[in-house]
Ligand binder design. Structure first.
Ligand SMILES: [Zn+2]
Length: 364
């Protein structure tokens, strides 16, 4: 079938149907709240309000967004776009932390920087750029900390007392990620992480009482976990002792970083507005060049030291009740199996008693 031209394709709001040349299709975005979404298009807003258009989104909660305090660890490929996205959404406060200076090799994807920023501290340049170009919520407060997260862990602990979410975008390895997860558990706040690899982006949303980072990791050694437990993490002064991953130099570009960052911001805002049509699972993966995406929930593990420390042991799983197999039938099955092997006439693969009995009858 010939692909319809995009110019001939339009959405007819009144009849609520897509019309594509001669083909009429039901909207693909049908959800429980479609009627309400369409009704929301007719509300009168305030043209002087920069957030007028997003307030029309069903369930949107601008005042909640404006009370959010977001701690962004890292102001690089993901951090710059996440900061820009959050500023444009109108959050109440942005706290940026990074130790690096802008390098020429950052310019392909770190959207807040340009040639004149090279050699200068990332957070300070990012802060200045956001104030100048993305300060949509005039009341938004921005703080920037030009420091090493590992050396200044106690500063992060102190900042975390006021924040409502942490975006972890510092790439020093799984042990640091585990430490940030533990901090979020200690503070009862969500953690959002993102990653890009080749043409794939992954976004993890770790919420309280769901699977945590450590539930999904098998690379963290137990002796480090002991010091990183949610009940202990607030008292660590620095994390310089953490083992670091030896990651090779990453391969990344503008569209991978921006898409990953915007999906991080989108999932965070979905969490806040609680859209009934959005299923929000722990892990979202998208292959960017094919557009394929899927999401699934991460599973709590019984052995996770963080979850045990925070929530106690998992409740016992519901027992699966299986019918006891009568000894007589087991004996018959054994006889039948032996006969089947011996004569090669009958294959008994099922453990179902009735089949065993039926097979047994045939034999007899
Ligand atoms: Zn866990």
């Amino acid at each position: 079938m010939e692909r319809p031209s995009r110019r001939k394709q339009f959405l007819d709001i009144t009849s609520r149907q897509f019309t594509i040349t001669k083909i009429k299709m039901e909207p693909t975005f049908t959800g429980k709240s479609l009627e309400q979404k369409i009704a929301a298009l007719t509300i009168s807003g305030d043209p002087q309000d920069p957030f007028d258009r997003q307030k029309r989104i069903l369930g949107w909660n601008q005042s909640k967004l404006q009370s959010e305090v977001c701690l962004l660890l890292g102001a690089g490929g993901l951090g710059t776009s996440v900061a820009m996205g959050l500023a444009r959404l109108g959050v109440g406060k942005l706290i940026l932390l990074d130790k690096d200076c802008v390098e020429v090799s950052n310019l392909n994807r770190q959207v807040l920087f340009n040639w004149e920023d090279v050699g200068k501290p990332k957070v300070l340049q990012a802060e200045a750029k956001i104030r100048r170009e993305h300060h949509t919520n005039k009341d938004m407060i921005i703080e920037a900390y030009n420091m090493c997260a590992l050396e200044n862990w106690q500063k992060i602990v102190e900042l975390s007392a006021q924040v409502t979410v942490i975006f972890n975008m510092i790439d020093v390895g799984d042990y640091f990620d585990a430490a940030v997860q533990s901090l979020c558990m200690a503070r009862n706040i969500p953690l959002i992480q993102g990653g890009t690899f080749c043409q794939q982006i992954t976004i993890d949303l770790f919420r309280q009482e769901h699977a945590c980072f450590l539930c999904c990791s098998d690379t963290i050694k137990n002796e480090s976990v002991e010091r990183l437990l949610p009940s202990k993490i607030l008292s660590e002064s620095d994390l310089l002792w953490l083992p670091k991953n030896k990651n090779p130099i990453g391969q990344s570009n503008c569209y991978l970083c921006v898409m990953c960052s915007m999906m991080m911001v989108a999932r965070y805002s979905s969490l806040l507005i609680n859209d009934p049509d959005v299923e929000l699972n722990g892990r979202f993966i998208m292959t960017v060049n094919s557009g394929e995406s899927f999401q699934f929930n991460l599973e709590n593990t019984d052995t996770c030291a963080f979850c045990r420390d925070k929530y106690g042991p998992l409740p016992p799983k519901e027992e699966v009740i299986t019918e006891a197999v009568p000894e007589e039938a087991v004996a018959q099955e054994t006889v039948v199996s032996e006969q089947a092997v011996a004569t090669d006439e009958t294959k008994v693969e099922s453990q179902d008693i009735s089949q065993v009995e039926a097979a047994s009858e045939q034999k007899e």
